[in-house]
Design a protein around this ligand. Sequence first.
Ligand SMILES: [Cu+2]
Length: 118
Amino acid sequence: MKLVRMLMLLGITLYVYSCDEGIDQTNDQPGAKEVWMQNIAFVPQQKTIVVGTTLTWINKDAEAHTVTSNSGLFDAEVEGGGSFSFTFNDVGIFGYACSIHPNMKGTIVVNESTGGGY
Ligand SMILES: [Cu+2]
């Protein structure tokens, strides 16, 4: 029973979170180097980072999503509760989508380092 397993995982996740830092849904949002898969959408839909950043997609949904680059740069299936990380070593604009949900699209804008010396 897949549903039972998912519910168990959800229960464990909620338990762990409540022990660690409490549940605060209102202030819960993606970190600077995170994109969430939430309610069958990428959040934020467009993300700007500097080159060399390792971005992590976190699946907040119970169902699986994919992070599939339009140009073939990356392609990962992420189970509910799972995550996927990718390091952007090139400047550019990278479109991607979930191959399971065609309306689920996102864009990563990779800029040069802002500099400022070492
Ligand atoms: Cu999806």
